[in-house]
Design a protein around this ligand. Structure first.
Ligand code: SF4
Ligand code: SF4
Length: 496
Protein backbone atom coordinates (compact mmCIF):
# COMPACT_ATOMS: atom_id res chain seq x y z
CA UNK A 1 0.00 0.00 0.00
CA UNK A 2 2.88 2.38 -0.54
CA UNK A 3 2.36 5.42 -2.68
CA UNK A 4 4.28 6.26 -5.81
CA UNK A 5 5.27 9.76 -4.85
CA UNK A 6 6.11 9.34 -1.19
CA UNK A 7 9.75 9.65 -0.19
CA UNK A 8 11.38 6.37 0.75
CA UNK A 9 11.38 5.96 4.51
CA UNK A 10 15.14 5.28 4.45
CA UNK A 11 16.08 8.61 2.85
CA UNK A 12 18.19 10.72 5.22
CA UNK A 13 16.48 13.76 6.70
CA UNK A 14 17.86 17.14 5.65
CA UNK A 15 17.07 20.68 6.70
CA UNK A 16 15.23 23.07 4.42
CA UNK A 17 13.80 26.52 5.06
CA UNK A 18 10.13 27.18 4.30
CA UNK A 19 8.87 30.74 4.73
CA UNK A 20 11.77 31.47 7.11
CA UNK A 21 11.16 28.39 9.27
CA UNK A 22 13.67 25.51 9.32
CA UNK A 23 12.02 22.13 8.80
CA UNK A 24 13.25 18.57 8.26
CA UNK A 25 12.33 16.46 5.25
CA UNK A 26 13.59 13.30 3.53
CA UNK A 27 16.27 14.13 0.95
CA UNK A 28 14.99 13.44 -2.57
CA UNK A 29 11.38 13.27 -1.35
CA UNK A 30 8.44 15.15 -2.77
CA UNK A 31 8.70 18.85 -1.87
CA UNK A 32 4.93 19.44 -1.64
CA UNK A 33 4.50 16.47 0.71
CA UNK A 34 7.39 17.70 2.86
CA UNK A 35 5.76 21.14 3.14
CA UNK A 36 2.30 19.74 3.91
CA UNK A 37 3.70 17.26 6.46
CA UNK A 38 5.33 20.17 8.26
CA UNK A 39 2.15 22.22 8.40
CA UNK A 40 3.03 24.60 5.54
CA UNK A 41 -0.21 25.24 3.68
CA UNK A 42 0.16 24.99 -0.11
CA UNK A 43 -2.98 24.79 -2.28
CA UNK A 44 -3.21 21.78 -4.57
CA UNK A 45 -5.83 19.72 -6.40
CA UNK A 46 -4.15 17.07 -8.52
CA UNK A 47 -1.44 15.96 -6.08
CA UNK A 48 -2.32 13.03 -3.83
CA UNK A 49 0.33 11.22 -1.77
CA UNK A 50 -1.11 7.83 -2.77
CA UNK A 51 -0.88 8.49 -6.54
CA UNK A 52 1.72 9.39 -9.16
CA UNK A 53 2.44 13.07 -9.90
CA UNK A 54 0.46 14.68 -12.74
CA UNK A 55 1.29 18.36 -12.21
CA UNK A 56 -1.81 19.45 -14.07
CA UNK A 57 -3.72 21.69 -11.66
CA UNK A 58 -0.85 24.22 -11.41
CA UNK A 59 -1.90 25.36 -7.94
CA UNK A 60 1.11 24.35 -5.83
CA UNK A 61 3.59 26.90 -7.16
CA UNK A 62 6.34 28.04 -4.79
CA UNK A 63 9.52 30.05 -5.25
CA UNK A 64 12.83 28.35 -4.53
CA UNK A 65 15.97 30.43 -4.03
CA UNK A 66 18.36 30.00 -6.93
CA UNK A 67 15.61 28.96 -9.37
CA UNK A 68 14.92 31.47 -12.15
CA UNK A 69 11.11 31.14 -11.96
CA UNK A 70 8.40 29.69 -9.68
CA UNK A 71 7.95 25.92 -9.84
CA UNK A 72 5.23 23.42 -8.97
CA UNK A 73 6.21 21.89 -5.65
CA UNK A 74 4.51 18.53 -6.38
CA UNK A 75 7.11 17.89 -9.07
CA UNK A 76 10.14 19.19 -7.15
CA UNK A 77 12.38 17.17 -4.88
CA UNK A 78 13.82 18.11 -1.53
CA UNK A 79 17.50 19.09 -1.53
CA UNK A 80 19.64 20.00 1.45
CA UNK A 81 19.42 23.64 2.58
CA UNK A 82 16.89 24.62 -0.09
CA UNK A 83 15.03 27.82 0.71
CA UNK A 84 11.33 27.78 -0.24
CA UNK A 85 8.88 30.68 -0.24
CA UNK A 86 5.14 30.00 -0.46
CA UNK A 87 3.75 33.45 0.34
CA UNK A 88 5.39 35.84 -2.13
CA UNK A 89 3.31 38.23 -4.25
CA UNK A 90 4.30 36.25 -7.37
CA UNK A 91 3.10 32.96 -5.85
CA UNK A 92 -0.15 34.48 -4.60
CA UNK A 93 -0.87 35.99 -8.01
CA UNK A 94 -0.27 32.69 -9.78
CA UNK A 95 -2.64 30.90 -7.41
CA UNK A 96 -5.32 33.58 -7.64
CA UNK A 97 -5.46 33.71 -11.45
CA UNK A 98 -4.94 30.01 -11.86
CA UNK A 99 -8.01 29.53 -9.68
CA UNK A 100 -9.89 31.89 -12.00
CA UNK A 101 -9.09 29.54 -14.89
CA UNK A 102 -10.36 26.56 -12.89
CA UNK A 103 -13.62 28.36 -12.25
CA UNK A 104 -14.23 29.71 -15.78
CA UNK A 105 -16.58 26.91 -16.69
CA UNK A 106 -17.50 25.73 -13.24
CA UNK A 107 -21.26 25.83 -12.66
CA UNK A 108 -22.78 27.94 -9.89
CA UNK A 109 -23.94 24.81 -8.08
CA UNK A 110 -22.58 25.59 -4.61
CA UNK A 111 -25.95 25.99 -2.85
CA UNK A 112 -27.12 22.60 -4.08
CA UNK A 113 -23.78 20.81 -4.35
CA UNK A 114 -23.21 17.98 -1.92
CA UNK A 115 -19.49 18.77 -1.72
CA UNK A 116 -20.22 22.11 -0.03
CA UNK A 117 -18.27 22.31 3.21
CA UNK A 118 -15.43 20.15 1.93
CA UNK A 119 -14.95 21.51 -1.59
CA UNK A 120 -11.44 22.46 -2.72
CA UNK A 121 -12.75 25.19 -5.02
CA UNK A 122 -14.86 26.88 -2.35
CA UNK A 123 -12.07 26.68 0.22
CA UNK A 124 -9.30 27.97 -2.03
CA UNK A 125 -11.49 30.71 -3.50
CA UNK A 126 -11.96 32.11 0.00
CA UNK A 127 -8.22 31.75 0.72
CA UNK A 128 -6.56 32.69 -2.55
CA UNK A 129 -9.23 33.86 -5.04
CA UNK A 130 -11.66 36.66 -4.25
CA UNK A 131 -11.28 38.27 -7.71
CA UNK A 132 -13.92 39.99 -9.79
CA UNK A 133 -14.97 37.71 -12.61
CA UNK A 134 -13.93 39.03 -16.03
CA UNK A 135 -15.69 36.26 -17.95
CA UNK A 136 -18.08 37.54 -20.59
CA UNK A 137 -18.46 34.34 -22.61
CA UNK A 138 -21.11 31.76 -21.85
CA UNK A 139 -19.92 28.89 -19.65
CA UNK A 140 -19.36 25.59 -21.47
CA UNK A 141 -22.18 23.27 -20.48
CA UNK A 142 -21.41 19.62 -19.77
CA UNK A 143 -23.29 16.52 -18.63
CA UNK A 144 -24.60 16.36 -15.08
CA UNK A 145 -25.95 13.77 -12.62
CA UNK A 146 -24.73 10.63 -14.36
CA UNK A 147 -24.73 7.44 -12.27
CA UNK A 148 -21.45 5.64 -13.03
CA UNK A 149 -21.79 2.39 -11.14
CA UNK A 150 -23.64 1.39 -8.01
CA UNK A 151 -21.91 3.86 -5.75
CA UNK A 152 -20.72 6.91 -7.68
CA UNK A 153 -22.52 9.88 -9.28
CA UNK A 154 -20.69 12.01 -11.85
CA UNK A 155 -21.19 15.69 -12.64
CA UNK A 156 -18.79 16.47 -15.48
CA UNK A 157 -19.45 20.23 -15.32
CA UNK A 158 -17.98 20.45 -11.83
CA UNK A 159 -14.81 18.54 -12.77
CA UNK A 160 -11.56 20.55 -12.77
CA UNK A 161 -9.72 17.84 -14.74
CA UNK A 162 -7.18 17.17 -12.02
CA UNK A 163 -7.00 13.51 -13.18
CA UNK A 164 -6.83 12.12 -9.64
CA UNK A 165 -9.67 9.68 -10.37
CA UNK A 166 -8.07 8.58 -13.64
CA UNK A 167 -4.76 7.88 -11.92
CA UNK A 168 -6.52 6.16 -9.04
CA UNK A 169 -8.26 3.61 -11.28
CA UNK A 170 -5.07 3.17 -13.35
CA UNK A 171 -2.74 2.75 -10.41
CA UNK A 172 -4.63 1.31 -7.43
CA UNK A 173 -7.32 -1.22 -8.50
CA UNK A 174 -5.72 -1.11 -11.99
CA UNK A 175 -9.13 -1.26 -13.66
CA UNK A 176 -8.63 1.92 -15.75
CA UNK A 177 -12.32 2.72 -16.23
CA UNK A 178 -11.96 6.53 -16.29
CA UNK A 179 -10.29 8.97 -18.66
CA UNK A 180 -10.39 12.59 -19.80
CA UNK A 181 -11.91 12.78 -23.28
CA UNK A 182 -11.67 15.56 -25.92
CA UNK A 183 -9.44 18.65 -25.83
CA UNK A 184 -9.43 22.27 -24.67
CA UNK A 185 -12.56 23.59 -23.00
CA UNK A 186 -14.43 20.53 -24.35
CA UNK A 187 -12.29 18.22 -22.19
CA UNK A 188 -14.56 16.02 -20.14
CA UNK A 189 -14.09 13.37 -17.50
CA UNK A 190 -15.96 10.07 -17.99
CA UNK A 191 -15.79 6.32 -18.23
CA UNK A 192 -14.90 4.51 -21.44
CA UNK A 193 -18.06 4.06 -23.52
CA UNK A 194 -20.03 5.30 -20.49
CA UNK A 195 -19.52 1.94 -18.80
CA UNK A 196 -20.24 1.63 -15.11
CA UNK A 197 -17.42 1.61 -12.57
CA UNK A 198 -17.22 -2.03 -11.75
CA UNK A 199 -14.77 -2.80 -8.98
CA UNK A 200 -14.78 -2.94 -5.20
CA UNK A 201 -12.88 0.35 -4.69
CA UNK A 202 -14.94 2.94 -6.57
CA UNK A 203 -15.79 5.19 -3.62
CA UNK A 204 -12.13 6.07 -3.10
CA UNK A 205 -12.49 8.23 -6.21
CA UNK A 206 -15.18 10.23 -4.38
CA UNK A 207 -12.82 10.80 -1.43
CA UNK A 208 -10.00 12.07 -3.60
CA UNK A 209 -12.08 14.16 -6.01
CA UNK A 210 -11.28 17.67 -4.72
CA UNK A 211 -14.60 19.09 -5.93
CA UNK A 212 -18.19 17.86 -6.23
CA UNK A 213 -17.73 16.11 -9.57
CA UNK A 214 -17.74 12.62 -8.04
CA UNK A 215 -20.15 12.11 -5.16
CA UNK A 216 -21.26 9.07 -3.22
CA UNK A 217 -24.73 7.84 -4.14
CA UNK A 218 -25.07 6.50 -0.64
CA UNK A 219 -24.18 9.77 1.11
CA UNK A 220 -25.22 12.59 -1.26
CA UNK A 221 -27.99 14.85 0.01
CA UNK A 222 -28.29 12.87 3.25
CA UNK A 223 -26.54 15.31 5.60
CA UNK A 224 -24.49 18.48 5.30
CA UNK A 225 -20.93 17.75 6.39
CA UNK A 226 -20.79 20.47 9.03
CA UNK A 227 -23.35 18.55 11.11
CA UNK A 228 -21.09 15.49 11.25
CA UNK A 229 -18.57 14.44 13.86
CA UNK A 230 -15.67 12.20 12.83
CA UNK A 231 -14.58 9.22 14.92
CA UNK A 232 -11.42 7.20 14.20
CA UNK A 233 -12.19 3.48 14.06
CA UNK A 234 -11.55 0.14 12.33
CA UNK A 235 -13.67 -1.37 9.53
CA UNK A 236 -15.49 -4.52 10.73
CA UNK A 237 -15.98 -5.91 7.19
CA UNK A 238 -13.08 -8.37 7.03
CA UNK A 239 -9.88 -9.49 8.71
CA UNK A 240 -7.77 -6.77 7.03
CA UNK A 241 -8.87 -4.19 9.59
CA UNK A 242 -8.71 -1.06 7.43
CA UNK A 243 -8.41 2.13 9.44
CA UNK A 244 -11.47 4.31 8.94
CA UNK A 245 -13.14 7.53 9.96
CA UNK A 246 -16.80 7.19 10.87
CA UNK A 247 -19.02 10.26 10.42
CA UNK A 248 -22.00 10.53 12.75
CA UNK A 249 -24.57 13.19 13.44
CA UNK A 250 -24.39 13.28 17.25
CA UNK A 251 -27.69 15.14 17.62
CA UNK A 252 -29.70 12.93 15.32
CA UNK A 253 -27.76 9.88 16.62
CA UNK A 254 -27.15 8.42 13.19
CA UNK A 255 -24.11 7.24 11.24
CA UNK A 256 -23.72 8.59 7.71
CA UNK A 257 -20.52 7.35 6.18
CA UNK A 258 -17.25 5.52 6.63
CA UNK A 259 -14.10 6.69 4.87
CA UNK A 260 -10.52 5.39 4.89
CA UNK A 261 -7.95 6.72 7.37
CA UNK A 262 -4.31 6.52 6.36
CA UNK A 263 -2.31 3.63 7.76
CA UNK A 264 0.72 2.70 5.72
CA UNK A 265 0.95 -0.77 7.26
CA UNK A 266 -2.69 -1.81 6.78
CA UNK A 267 -4.66 -0.01 4.09
CA UNK A 268 -2.61 2.95 2.87
CA UNK A 269 -5.12 5.64 1.83
CA UNK A 270 -7.87 3.28 0.67
CA UNK A 271 -10.71 0.96 1.65
CA UNK A 272 -13.18 -1.19 -0.29
CA UNK A 273 -16.83 -0.38 -1.16
CA UNK A 274 -18.06 -3.48 0.69
CA UNK A 275 -16.39 -2.22 3.85
CA UNK A 276 -17.84 1.29 3.42
CA UNK A 277 -21.36 -0.07 3.74
CA UNK A 278 -20.63 -1.93 6.97
CA UNK A 279 -22.18 0.87 9.01
CA UNK A 280 -25.72 0.19 7.74
CA UNK A 281 -26.43 -2.53 10.27
CA UNK A 282 -25.88 -0.01 13.05
CA UNK A 283 -28.95 1.96 11.98
CA UNK A 284 -31.87 2.08 14.37
CA UNK A 285 -34.20 0.29 11.94
CA UNK A 286 -31.85 -2.72 11.72
CA UNK A 287 -31.38 -3.04 15.46
CA UNK A 288 -32.99 -4.75 18.40
CA UNK A 289 -34.08 -1.62 20.20
CA UNK A 290 -35.21 -3.08 23.52
CA UNK A 291 -34.89 -6.39 25.42
CA UNK A 292 -37.37 -8.98 24.13
CA UNK A 293 -38.77 -11.98 25.94
CA UNK A 294 -40.74 -14.90 24.52
CA UNK A 295 -44.19 -15.32 25.96
CA UNK A 296 -46.79 -17.62 24.38
CA UNK A 297 -44.57 -18.13 21.31
CA UNK A 298 -44.28 -14.39 20.69
CA UNK A 299 -41.45 -12.01 21.44
CA UNK A 300 -42.58 -9.03 23.43
CA UNK A 301 -40.60 -5.97 24.61
CA UNK A 302 -39.60 -6.00 28.23
CA UNK A 303 -37.58 -3.99 30.78
CA UNK A 304 -33.95 -4.67 31.69
CA UNK A 305 -35.08 -5.33 35.27
CA UNK A 306 -37.21 -8.25 34.15
CA UNK A 307 -34.39 -9.67 32.03
CA UNK A 308 -32.01 -9.41 34.99
CA UNK A 309 -34.50 -11.46 36.98
CA UNK A 310 -34.69 -14.02 34.14
CA UNK A 311 -30.90 -14.23 33.91
CA UNK A 312 -30.65 -14.69 37.67
CA UNK A 313 -32.96 -17.72 37.42
CA UNK A 314 -31.11 -19.08 34.40
CA UNK A 315 -27.74 -18.82 36.16
CA UNK A 316 -29.05 -21.14 38.89
CA UNK A 317 -29.03 -23.99 36.32
CA UNK A 318 -26.12 -26.42 36.88
CA UNK A 319 -23.07 -25.06 35.02
CA UNK A 320 -22.67 -28.27 32.98
CA UNK A 321 -26.02 -27.51 31.30
CA UNK A 322 -25.01 -23.98 30.24
CA UNK A 323 -23.26 -23.44 26.90
CA UNK A 324 -22.02 -20.38 25.03
CA UNK A 325 -21.35 -19.55 21.37
CA UNK A 326 -19.35 -16.46 20.36
CA UNK A 327 -18.98 -14.92 16.89
CA UNK A 328 -15.74 -13.00 16.15
CA UNK A 329 -17.46 -9.65 15.74
CA UNK A 330 -16.93 -8.44 19.29
CA UNK A 331 -13.93 -6.57 20.62
CA UNK A 332 -11.20 -8.48 22.42
CA UNK A 333 -12.24 -6.73 25.64
CA UNK A 334 -15.84 -7.99 25.29
CA UNK A 335 -14.70 -11.51 24.39
CA UNK A 336 -12.37 -11.62 27.40
CA UNK A 337 -15.24 -10.54 29.61
CA UNK A 338 -17.47 -13.31 28.20
CA UNK A 339 -14.83 -16.05 28.77
CA UNK A 340 -14.04 -14.68 32.20
CA UNK A 341 -17.66 -14.50 33.28
CA UNK A 342 -18.68 -17.95 32.08
CA UNK A 343 -15.56 -19.81 33.21
CA UNK A 344 -15.14 -18.10 36.58
CA UNK A 345 -18.53 -16.79 37.72
CA UNK A 346 -20.72 -19.50 36.15
CA UNK A 347 -18.11 -22.29 36.10
CA UNK A 348 -18.79 -23.74 32.65
CA UNK A 349 -16.21 -24.81 30.07
CA UNK A 350 -18.87 -25.24 27.35
CA UNK A 351 -17.73 -22.13 25.50
CA UNK A 352 -17.49 -22.37 21.72
CA UNK A 353 -16.29 -19.91 19.11
CA UNK A 354 -17.05 -19.34 15.43
CA UNK A 355 -13.54 -18.28 14.39
CA UNK A 356 -12.06 -20.30 11.54
CA UNK A 357 -8.36 -20.65 12.34
CA UNK A 358 -7.36 -21.13 8.66
CA UNK A 359 -9.33 -18.13 7.41
CA UNK A 360 -8.34 -15.97 10.37
CA UNK A 361 -4.66 -15.87 9.42
CA UNK A 362 -5.14 -16.14 5.66
CA UNK A 363 -3.06 -13.35 4.18
CA UNK A 364 -4.30 -13.73 0.59
CA UNK A 365 -6.58 -10.99 -0.64
CA UNK A 366 -9.52 -11.90 -2.83
CA UNK A 367 -9.03 -8.91 -5.15
CA UNK A 368 -5.25 -8.35 -4.97
CA UNK A 369 -5.74 -5.23 -2.90
CA UNK A 370 -7.34 -5.30 0.55
CA UNK A 371 -10.41 -7.50 0.89
CA UNK A 372 -9.98 -10.86 2.66
CA UNK A 373 -12.20 -13.93 2.82
CA UNK A 374 -12.74 -13.84 6.57
CA UNK A 375 -15.61 -11.38 6.90
CA UNK A 376 -15.03 -11.02 10.63
CA UNK A 377 -12.91 -8.27 12.14
CA UNK A 378 -11.63 -10.13 15.20
CA UNK A 379 -11.13 -13.84 14.50
CA UNK A 380 -7.49 -13.59 15.59
CA UNK A 381 -8.50 -11.86 18.82
CA UNK A 382 -11.13 -14.51 19.59
CA UNK A 383 -8.70 -17.38 18.87
CA UNK A 384 -6.02 -15.83 21.06
CA UNK A 385 -8.40 -15.37 23.97
CA UNK A 386 -9.92 -18.87 23.62
CA UNK A 387 -6.36 -20.26 23.67
CA UNK A 388 -5.68 -18.35 26.87
CA UNK A 389 -8.60 -20.21 28.46
CA UNK A 390 -7.42 -23.46 26.77
CA UNK A 391 -10.69 -23.64 24.84
CA UNK A 392 -9.36 -22.92 21.33
CA UNK A 393 -10.34 -26.39 20.07
CA UNK A 394 -14.01 -25.71 20.83
CA UNK A 395 -14.92 -24.36 17.41
CA UNK A 396 -18.13 -24.14 15.40
CA UNK A 397 -18.05 -27.65 13.95
CA UNK A 398 -17.55 -29.16 17.41
CA UNK A 399 -20.39 -27.00 18.68
CA UNK A 400 -22.67 -28.24 15.91
CA UNK A 401 -21.80 -31.87 16.69
CA UNK A 402 -22.30 -31.43 20.42
CA UNK A 403 -25.53 -29.52 19.97
CA UNK A 404 -27.08 -32.76 18.73
CA UNK A 405 -25.77 -34.96 21.53
CA UNK A 406 -24.95 -32.96 24.67
CA UNK A 407 -27.64 -32.43 27.28
CA UNK A 408 -27.27 -28.66 27.49
CA UNK A 409 -30.46 -26.89 28.38
CA UNK A 410 -29.24 -23.30 28.14
CA UNK A 411 -27.39 -21.62 25.27
CA UNK A 412 -26.02 -18.05 25.26
CA UNK A 413 -25.37 -16.80 21.72
CA UNK A 414 -23.23 -13.75 21.05
CA UNK A 415 -24.50 -13.32 17.52
CA UNK A 416 -23.01 -11.55 14.51
CA UNK A 417 -23.67 -7.83 14.15
CA UNK A 418 -23.25 -8.26 10.43
CA UNK A 419 -25.03 -11.27 8.97
CA UNK A 420 -22.93 -11.13 5.76
CA UNK A 421 -20.31 -13.20 7.57
CA UNK A 422 -22.85 -15.88 8.61
CA UNK A 423 -25.75 -16.02 6.15
CA UNK A 424 -26.75 -19.42 7.56
CA UNK A 425 -26.63 -18.24 11.15
CA UNK A 426 -30.32 -18.61 12.02
CA UNK A 427 -30.55 -22.11 10.55
CA UNK A 428 -28.02 -23.40 13.13
CA UNK A 429 -30.63 -23.09 15.85
CA UNK A 430 -33.73 -24.26 14.02
CA UNK A 431 -33.19 -27.96 14.48
CA UNK A 432 -34.58 -29.33 17.66
CA UNK A 433 -32.26 -30.35 20.47
CA UNK A 434 -32.25 -30.49 24.22
CA UNK A 435 -32.07 -26.70 24.58
CA UNK A 436 -34.86 -25.25 26.66
CA UNK A 437 -33.67 -21.65 26.65
CA UNK A 438 -31.75 -19.76 23.99
CA UNK A 439 -30.52 -16.32 25.00
CA UNK A 440 -29.43 -14.11 22.14
CA UNK A 441 -27.13 -11.20 22.93
CA UNK A 442 -26.52 -9.05 19.88
CA UNK A 443 -27.87 -6.26 17.75
CA UNK A 444 -29.72 -7.49 14.68
CA UNK A 445 -33.45 -7.13 14.34
CA UNK A 446 -33.64 -10.01 11.87
CA UNK A 447 -33.39 -12.30 14.86
CA UNK A 448 -36.73 -11.14 16.14
CA UNK A 449 -38.32 -14.40 15.21
CA UNK A 450 -39.39 -16.59 18.10
CA UNK A 451 -36.33 -18.79 17.67
CA UNK A 452 -34.84 -17.32 20.81
CA UNK A 453 -36.35 -16.99 24.26
CA UNK A 454 -34.62 -13.85 25.37
CA UNK A 455 -32.98 -11.19 23.16
CA UNK A 456 -30.72 -8.62 24.77
CA UNK A 457 -29.58 -5.59 22.75
CA UNK A 458 -25.91 -4.75 22.94
CA UNK A 459 -23.63 -2.24 21.18
CA UNK A 460 -22.13 -2.28 17.69
CA UNK A 461 -18.48 -1.56 16.83
CA UNK A 462 -19.36 2.12 16.35
CA UNK A 463 -20.56 2.52 19.93
CA UNK A 464 -17.79 0.58 21.64
CA UNK A 465 -14.23 1.25 22.69
CA UNK A 466 -11.89 -1.70 22.36
CA UNK A 467 -9.59 -3.71 20.13
CA UNK A 468 -9.83 -5.78 16.94
CA UNK A 469 -6.89 -8.01 15.97
CA UNK A 470 -6.41 -8.31 12.22
CA UNK A 471 -5.27 -11.30 10.14
CA UNK A 472 -1.61 -10.66 10.84
CA UNK A 473 -2.08 -10.23 14.57
CA UNK A 474 -2.03 -6.43 14.63
CA UNK A 475 -4.14 -5.04 17.51
CA UNK A 476 -6.00 -1.87 16.52
CA UNK A 477 -8.15 0.37 18.66
CA UNK A 478 -11.76 1.40 18.06
CA UNK A 479 -13.01 4.71 19.45
CA UNK A 480 -16.47 5.07 20.89
CA UNK A 481 -18.95 7.09 18.86
CA UNK A 482 -22.44 8.20 19.82
CA UNK A 483 -24.72 5.51 21.27
CA UNK A 484 -27.41 4.88 18.66
CA UNK A 485 -29.88 2.78 20.66
CA UNK A 486 -30.61 4.12 24.15
CA UNK A 487 -31.67 0.70 25.51
CA UNK A 488 -28.57 -1.17 24.29
CA UNK A 489 -26.04 -2.11 26.95
CA UNK A 490 -22.35 -3.08 26.81
CA UNK A 491 -21.56 -6.78 27.38
CA UNK A 492 -19.92 -6.02 30.72
CA UNK A 493 -23.20 -4.56 32.01
CA UNK A 494 -25.30 -7.45 30.70
CA UNK A 495 -23.05 -10.09 32.23
CA UNK A 496 -22.34 -8.93 35.75
S1 SF4 B 1 -13.83 13.97 -11.50
FE1 SF4 B 1 -12.84 14.87 -9.71
S2 SF4 B 1 -11.01 13.58 -9.40
FE2 SF4 B 1 -11.74 13.18 -11.48
S3 SF4 B 1 -10.59 14.58 -12.76
FE3 SF4 B 1 -12.52 15.61 -12.24
S4 SF4 B 1 -12.05 16.82 -10.44
FE4 SF4 B 1 -10.39 15.34 -10.67
S1 SF4 C 1 -10.82 -4.62 2.91
FE1 SF4 C 1 -11.94 -5.45 4.67
S2 SF4 C 1 -11.39 -4.13 6.39
FE2 SF4 C 1 -10.81 -3.07 4.49
S3 SF4 C 1 -12.57 -1.79 3.98
FE3 SF4 C 1 -12.85 -3.71 2.89
S4 SF4 C 1 -14.08 -4.94 4.26
FE4 SF4 C 1 -13.27 -3.29 5.48
Amino acid sequence: MTSHSEPKAKNPMVKITADGKVIEAPKGGNLLKALLDNGVSVPHYCYHPGLSVAGCCRMCFVEVEGQPRPLISCNATVTENMVVKTQTETVKNIQKWNLAFHLINHPLDCPICDQAGECGLQNYYMQFGKYESRMEEEKVKKRKVIPIGDHVMLDTERCILCSRCVRFFDEVPKTSEMAIFNRGDRSEIGTYEDKALNNNYTLNSVDICPVGALTSRDFRFKRRVWFLKDIPSICPGCSTGCNVTISQDPIEKRTYRMRPRFNEEVNGYWMCDYGRMRYKHTHRESRISTPLIKKAATLIPTEWDETKHELFTIFKTPASQISVLITPQYTSEDITHIYDFFTKTIGTQNIFHCADSHLASDSTVTDELLFRRDKNPNSQGLLKISAHYKLQEQNLSLFQQKLKSDPWTILFIFGPHDLEAYPEFLSWFKENNSLKTKIYIGTQVKHQIPLFDLLLPTLTFIETEGTFVNFKGLSQKLSRGVKLIPEAKPICEILC
